[in-house]
Write a protein that binds this ligand. Structure first.
Ligand SMILES: Cc1ncc(COP(=O)(O)O)c(C=O)c1O
Length: 393
């Protein structure tokens, strides 16, 4: 296999993968920090961070060491047994979470964390309706998909789970009107990611929380994308001192390994035996998460994300790019709203050695590792500015 070329690997995968992803012509084989290499040896700056997963960068040495240690000790432990590394992670999460969040259900992904939140909210309140926002994204399994707004993700998969109501994001009056004494929970992203990088207004988020308290509904924040320093605070809820009843986490939690978490305040309940998952809280993922959170705290990556995000956005704004309508960001969660479709720009950036993401059809999204170096950040800015300085074709 060592003789195989990039196109060999692509062809091999095309032959056997039941592919659900629109592919880019790139075979990744190695990563370090904010840099990844393809099978031809070409290097790229990963400003997509593997969909916002590589908070501490690719193959962080602390994560590697934790994985190596754990792989010598224990790889599997069912939820029905206690596990040392899992216990330590649960304690760590309780120590760093906002507000009253104290106990955590561990799972394997963001969508699972949201599924659990929906079930916990319905069980705890004995109510059904969950109020969500337009342009929201909460995952692709049937419950999370029902909470997600964009019809593009939902078409042809119905019937979906009933009981989800969608109101315009940042419209407090409409949100308040939708929340009644029958509402089980309100589920919101603090900054909408897939929906275009739309930061929530403090008045909207705090108003949602207050209204939940008034009617006995649970206030659920989805921090799958915003958690673990991405927005310039350890959790985006901390910008406005939100005090959620449930918070969902995944992506940047474990340095690239699959792990999700549903954190709950006291009062959120579900009897044992009513929920679970075979791989949930795998010892390997827990060890990676402990190491990742250690790096995030020791290197104060939230502060770094805030400073780096501001610096990058300042450079882009100073370039006064005609093809850009708006730039929205919180820390290193950056959305560049274009006046045109984003896909050709993403492909052109790839040619320039920068991997970036879309958020909808016209937003260029950057979710680089929080450890990205200043020079790499400048290279990303240069590539975007050069690309968008040419006249639109
Ligand atoms: C806010 C939010 N919630 C949930 C999810 C789903 O997470 P996963 O892809 O790990 O299932 C995502 C993924 O992008 C997300 O951004």
């Amino acid at each position: 296999m060592s003789e195989a070329t990039a196109s060999d690997y692509a062809a091999l995968q095309q032959q056997y993968e039941f592919d659900v992803y629109p592919k880019r012509d790139l075979v990744l084989v190695r990563g370090r920090g904010a840099t990844v290499w393809d099978s031809t040896g070409r290097q790229y700056i990963d400003a997509a961070g593997g969909y916002g997963v590589t908070s501490v960068g690719h193959c962080h040495p602390a994560v590697q060491a934790a994985l190596a240690r754990q792989s010598e000790r224990l790889l599997a432990c069912p939820g029905t047994m206690y596990c040392d590394v899992r216990a330590r992670l649960l304690e760590q999460l309780a120590q760093i979470a906002p507000g009253r969040l104290r106990r955590t259900y561990l799972c394997n992904s963001g969508t699972e964390a949201v599924e659990a939140a929906i079930k916990f909210a319905r069980f705890t309140t004995g109510r059904v309706p969950i109020v969500c926002a337009m342009r929201s994204f909460h995952g692709r399994t049937m419950g999370s998909l029902s909470a997600t707004h964009n019809p593009k993700y939902k078409e042809d998969f119905g019937p979906l789970v009933p009981g989800f109501v969608h109101v315009p994001y940042n419209n407090l009056a409409k949100l308040e009107a939708a929340i009644t004494e029958d509402t089980a929970g309100v589920l919101l992203e603090v900054v909408q990611g897939e929906g275009g990088v739309n930061p929530g207004d403090p008045a909207f988020l705090l108003g949602a929380q207050r209204r939940c308290r008034d009617v006995g509904a649970l206030f659920i924040v989805d921090e799958v994308q915003t958690g673990f320093g991405r927005t310039g605070r350890l959790f985006a809820s901390m910008h406005d001192e939100l005090d959620p009843d449930i918070m969902t986490l995944a992506k940047g939690i474990a340095g690239g390994l699959p792990l999700g978490a549903t954190m709950c305040a006291d009062g959120v309940e579900i009897p044992t035996g009513r929920h679970g998952s075979t791989f949930a809280g795998s010892p390997l993922s827990c060890a990676a998460a402990l190491a990742t959170i250690g790096v995030i705290l020791e290197e104060d990556l939230p502060a770094q994300a805030a400073a780096k995000g501001d610096a990058l956005v300042a450079r882009l704004a100073a370039a006064k790019l005609d093809r850009v309508r708006d730039i929205r960001h919180r820390g290193l969660m950056i959305g560049i709203q274009l006046k045109e479709k984003v896909t050709p720009i993403l492909l052109a950036l790839l040619e320039r050695g920068v991997i970036a993401l879309p958020a909808g059809s016209t937003v260029l999204r950057l979710l680089p590792p929080l450890v990205i170096g200043d020079e790499e950040l400048n290279t990303v800015a240069d590539a975007i500015i050069e690309e968008l300085s040419t006249p639109a074709s």
